[in-house]
Design a protein around this ligand. Structure first.
Ligand code: ZN
Ligand code: ZN
Length: 356
């Protein structure tokens, strides 16, 4: 403890804790220990994403007992004696990853693939609690009068989108087609438009997500795919015939292997196909190697991020990327089951756990 005593902290906190897969409860537990180089965050909001559903089922490398939550937003409540540059009450967002700095990949500057990667909210306790602790160099201050705590939970997904942008390296004047209107797709669409995309098209099923996509003005054009299979095939055929040369960049952001397989047909010669969804481990796709060879198509993946929080903060706090409405439902810790049900029924676009 030592220097931490000087901060005015309660002796315990409420947290959503899993004892094992699917077994969770709201518990009272001691605050996390603050090491010399840590910042303790009083959590205001923590985003919920598909990963948390996998964790609920014990997948994704979850280590129990566990407090999940990896999109933590809050204010600085305390910090260790080695920490500089933070003030109590600063609004902050946390990067949930800790890397070892010494493995094969870390030594090559590829920390994304760290072999001793520790993910807060997956392997150690995260943000579904009143307090959460992170190393200071993984905590980022931000100021905004317009970005709410719930909306700021999109800073983590936006960091992943910013990393995706680095991978895609779009050329000035690119045409872009994005399949899917989920939270990260909507952020990536706007970043692409801000960075070389001159015509951005989002194709996704008609519904809530598409409405938000439109309200955010996330693209130049919106292609609503009817729920009816036959009608959807016809809409896609029209998209194809309206764009006979295809698109410079095609992003598959739905996580459907079937859509990924079709996506390549919309890529122009010398274009890029971006694999940007979360797929099932046993999914397989079939591409014509001759198409990739003769048309010089690049297929690239992008799944997480390193060092992109500052960029994400600039985009979101300056309104260059709009996110309002993506988080369309907030829950208290005690409503976790309700939140899981809403995720399963797809009645939420993105949820966040909030505290007050
Ligand atoms: Zn996530
Ligand atoms: Zn490493």
């Amino acid at each position: 403890m030592g220097s931490i005593d000087k901060f005015n902290l309660p002796s315990s906190m409420r947290a959503l804790e899993y004892s094992s897969a699917t077994n969770f409860s709201v518990v009272n537990k001691p605050l996390p220990q603050v090491r010399r180089h840590d910042v303790l965050i009083q959590v205001k909001a923590c985003g919920v994403c598909g990963t948390d559903v996998h964790i609920h089922h014990g997948e994704f490398g979850a280590v129990f007992p566990l407090v999940p939550g990896h999109e933590t937003v809050g204010v600085v409540a305390a910090f260790g004696e080695e920490v500089e540059g933070f003030t109590i009450g600063d609004r902050v967002v946390a990067d949930n990853s800790e890397v070892c700095a010494s493995c094969h990949y870390c030594r090559r500057g590829q920390e994304l693939f760290c072999e001793k990667f520790v993910a807060h909210g997956v392997m150690v306790d995260g943000g579904f609690a009143e307090y959460a602790v992170y190393p200071a160099h993984r905590v980022f201050q931000f100021r905004s009068d317009t970005l709410s705590d719930a909306d700021a939970t999109l800073l983590e997904p936006a960091s992943c989108a910013a990393h995706g942008l680095d991978k895609i390296a779009p050329k000035m004047g690119s045409t872009v087609l994005i399949f899917g209107a989920g939270p990260t797709g909507l952020v990536l669409a706007q970043m692409l438009r801000e960075n070389g995309g001159c015509r951005t098209v989002i194709a996704a099923p008609a519904g809530k997500k598409m409405e938000v996509a439109k309200s955010l003005n996330a693209a130049d054009e919106f292609i609503e795919l009817p729920r009816d299979k036959e009608a959807s095939v016809a809409t896609l055929a029209k998209l194809k015939s309206d764009n006979p040369y295809g698109f410079d960049i095609v992003v598959e952001a739905t996580g459907s292997a079937a859509i990924l397989e079709q996506s390549i047909d919309y890529v122009t010669k010398s274009g890029k196909l971006v694999v940007y969804g979360v797929y099932n481990d046993d999914d397989m796709v079939k591409f014509s190697p001759n198409k990739i060879f003769k048309e010089e198509i690049t297929i690239l993946g992008s799944f997480s991020q390193t060092y992109k929080f500052p960029a994400a903060i600039d985009y979101l706090t300056r309104g260059r990327v709009a996110v309002s409405g993506i988080v369309n439902k907030t829950y208290k810790l005690e409503q976790w089951q309700e939140c899981l049900d809403a995720m399963a029924n797809k009645t939420v676009i993105k949820a966040a756990i909030v505290f007050d």
